[in-house]
Design a protein around this ligand. Structure first.
Ligand code: MOS
Length: 738
């Protein structure tokens, strides 16, 4: 049985709140948590030594050979020395390996070049050996001669394009700037950054007949399997991907990646399983990065502090021909009022590692900068930063006039201010502890909300329920929330529901990207359960809405029966959720407010974040614990962006300089302060059948701005070039004579 819903109109039935159990929302522990903490959750690189014990002896290991020029062609490849290394089986140079790297998600293989090198470190061949050590040694011995071409490595002088879809404007911003009571026109930059997921990419592939199976770590399996098949030149039915556990993706695992194609091609040639794991350095060089940005913000207000003009220009970079560009201004369109608006978007074409989606693409950098500019504007206008924001919250989408499905920004700002102690805020330099100057800052949080097609299969038997989907859990909590939804709907204890994910032989889940997972797959699971409930209700001759499932019993009015009696055979239903017209007439996004307290060392320029508070609204919260963890993670990403993360490329040769976790700084435990997260009660009837919205990426959007606004409040220094490393703080302190 299938239950398909095309989401053409808002769902205001609010079925979940009426269910008997109240499992949804509860801070349930992770369904797969025990497997993870006990080391029994098997990740991609471990599959070769663990899961397929019978194949273990047979497994070969591959290491990618990568280009040492930033642009050109492979003129010749000399494998003689590599092949002489003991244990080396083959040096595979297959055109299918030499791929123009893309972030994927297109259901197609990224374009395959003809031995073209587009960036330094691009894979061009794979060495396969009996051991990983032999493969690594041999990979260093492969001699490649290149026909080099002049690369474009300097983002500021690189040729650029202005994608038409991303330019917009209304009214006359220049006139509004001239007529403004107070205006601001500043340019800011953010650094390129790496996804830096804890688990590096790895793929194990083997062929059975003409069908390939691949164990890897990917976020969007139903698309990834098509990309893989397309890259290999086979129909999608002949490919299967397994990604049951993923140690973080942060966008870097959205698309099929070079190690997957290399493993599959090598496994086919050798007719044995091949594992291709990436070393941490390769991860930094091959996995797509977040583009650096240059952002000019123009703001104009009238004497009452109401925005009359808003301009946001952004310059980002990517490889020539890539269609993705960091959607910096995605939320600028809807966050604040202002009748004169201008948005310009420019993409510089550079021969650096492919740029793609990383942790809230767009808002992560765009909202952060806009919110830093708002803080500067508030100071210029002599207004409290929260008051300035409250005066500029639009009643409807300021560009399209569409109503918001929900809007909790004002509530988040107000209630967060009370909780954080905003009233105690002083002027820069007024709070001091020895060498440390203290300050607090605020920023709005906003992230556009999407829904995606998703299918989930649920089987109910006497023993309990089984949930199956090719949906993934990249650490976000998908296993847990799907388990909770099904337990809630079918009246089962959490332990009686088994959720199986990450296998493309299961019904097509939405995948994990753009925070679409919870509402989309959750809705599909809901639909499957609703269908099963319908079947059970029919057996009791009643309506599904009157059915209560609880403690293994089905009850309808005065009829009640053991579930085991009603289920001689298991009942299976597949829920299919498809976004329809419901969201076309409205604006859907998630909201919140960030607060941060920092201490700035006057002598060393060091910034220490002392505490952070995030207040968020994202529709129904499905699990208070996993949702909170998502937000804490996001706020920590914001800390990294504001103070540490900087993916540096050498502008002479194009290689990545900060290519390990010693040089690419991310926040570690000692850097992360007390973080509090509070959710505002909300049901969004446009959030699928669960009235829920995505929360995975909201926590990062604006978090870094709250920190840097707090830095200014502490010491009076405005940092406009992220990350705010001590050298920049010291320079700022000198400049203001402190
Ligand atoms: Mo996300 S950056 O869409 O994985």
């Amino acid at each position: 049985m299938t239950a398909r819903l095309v989401f053409d109109k808002a769902d205001d039935r609010n079925r979940l709140d009426a269910m008997a159990q109240g499992v949804i929302g509860r801070p349930a522990d992770r369904a797969e948590g025990e497997l993870k903490v006990s080391g029994r959750a098997v990740y991609a690189a471990e599959q070769a030594t663990s899961l397929w014990a019978d194949r273990r002896a047979d497994c070969a290991f591959g290491t990618l050979v990568r280009a040492t020029v930033a642009r050109g062609r492979v003129a010749s490849l000399d494998a003689e020395a590599a092949l002489a290394v003991a244990g080396v089986l083959d040096v595979v140079q297959d055109p299918r390996l030499v791929r123009h790297p893309a972030q994927g998600m297109a259901r197609k293989s990224p374009p395959q070049g003809v031995e073209d090198v587009h960036y330094f470190g691009q894979p061009v061949a794979v060495v396969v050996a009996e051991s990983l050590e032999a493969a690594r040694e041999a990979a260093r011995l492969v001699r490649i001669r290149y026909e080099e071409a002049e690369p474009s490595l300097d983002t500021t002088s690189a040729p650029s394009e202005f994608p038409e879809k991303k330019q917009s404007g209304q009214g006359d911003l220049d006139a509004a700037m001239k007529a403004a009571a107070v205006s601001l026109d500043e340019t800011y930059t953010t650094a390129s950054s790496a996804a830096a997921a804890m688990e590096p990419h790895a793929a194990l592939a083997w062929w059975e007949g003409n069908r390939v199976t691949l164990c890897g770590a990917y976020q969007m399996l139903s698309q990834n399997v098509e990309e893989l098949a397309d890259a290999l030149g086979i129909p999608a039915e002949r490919a299967r991907i397994l990604s049951p556990f993923i140690g973080g993706g942060f966008g870097s695992k959205l698309g099929i990646a070079p190690e997957a194609v290399a493993a599959a091609v090598a496994a086919e040639r050798l007719q044995r399983p091949v594992l291709v794991p990436l070393a941490r350095q390769q991860e930094f060089e091959i996995a797509h990065r977040r583009s650096e940005t240059e952002q000019r913000v123009r703001l104009a207000v009238d004497p009452d502090g109401r925005l009359t003009g808003l301009g946001h220009d952004a310059r980002v970079s990517n490889l020539p021909g890539e269609t993705f560009s960091e959607p910096v201004q995605q939320a600028t369109h809807l966050l604040y009022r202002g009748e004169n608006r201008s948005i310009r978007h420019e993409v510089a074409r550079v021969n650096l590692t492919c740029a793609g989606s990383v942790r809230a693409p767009g808002e992560a950098v765009g909202v952060t900068i806009l919110e830093m500019a708002m803080d500067e504007l508030a100071e210029k206008a002599g207004l409290d930063p929260i008051e300035l924001r409250l005066r500029n919250i639009p009643d409807e989408d300021p560009e399209t006039g569409k109503p918001f499905t929900s809007h909790k920004l004002a509530e988040a700002l107000r209630s967060g201010a009370a909780q954080f102690g905003w009233a105690d805020r002083r002027n820069p330099g007024e709070r001091r502890e020895g060498e440390w100057l203290l300050g607090i800052g605020v920023a709005s949080a906003v992230r556009v909300n999407f829904l995606h097609k998703a299918r989930v299969r649920v089987t109910l038997s006497k023993e309990g329920a089984q949930v199956e989907s090719s949906m993934t859990d990249i650490g976000t909590g998908t296993y847990t929330i799907l388990t909770q939804i099904v337990a809630e709907m079918l009246g089962l204890p959490l332990g009686s529901v088994e959720t199986r994910l990450g296998d493309t032989d299961f019904p097509e889940g939405s995948g994990s990207g753009g925070s679409i997972g919870a509402a989309s797959n959750g809705s599909a699971a809901f639909l499957a359960c609703e269908e099963i409930r319908r079947q059970l209700a029919a057996k009791l001759d009643c309506d599904e809405s009157e059915l209560t499932l609880k403690d293994g019993r089905a009850t309808c009015g005065n009829r009640s029966q053991e579930l085991s009696e009603l289920l001689p055979e298991p009942l299976t239903a597949e829920g299919i959720f498809e976004p329809g017209k419901a969201l076309s007439g409205v604006r859907s996004s998630t909201w919140g407010a960030h607060f941060a307290e920092v201490a700035v060392n006057e002598v060393t320029g060091e910034v220490r974040v002392r505490r952070m508070l995030g207040v968020f609204a994202a529709g129904r919260i499905l699990n208070e614990k996993t949702a909170r963890s998502q937000c804490i993670g996001g706020m920590t990403f914001g800390l990294g962006m504001a103070l540490m993360e900087d993916l540096v490329h050498d502008r002479r040769f194009g290689h990545v300089v900060t290519r390990d976790l010693a040089n690419y700084h991310i926040p570690t435990h000692a850097d992360v302060p007390a973080q509090e997260v509070r959710f505002l009660e909300e049901r969004d009837i446009y959030g699928g059948t669960l009235q829920a919205k995505g929360i995975g990426e909201l926590g990062i959007c604006g978090a870094g701005a709250a920190i840097l606004n707090a830095v200014h409040n502490a010491c009076g220094v405005r940092i406009r070039h992220l990350p705010a490393t001590p050298d920049k703080i010291l320079e700022g302190l000198c400049a203001i004579g402190r």
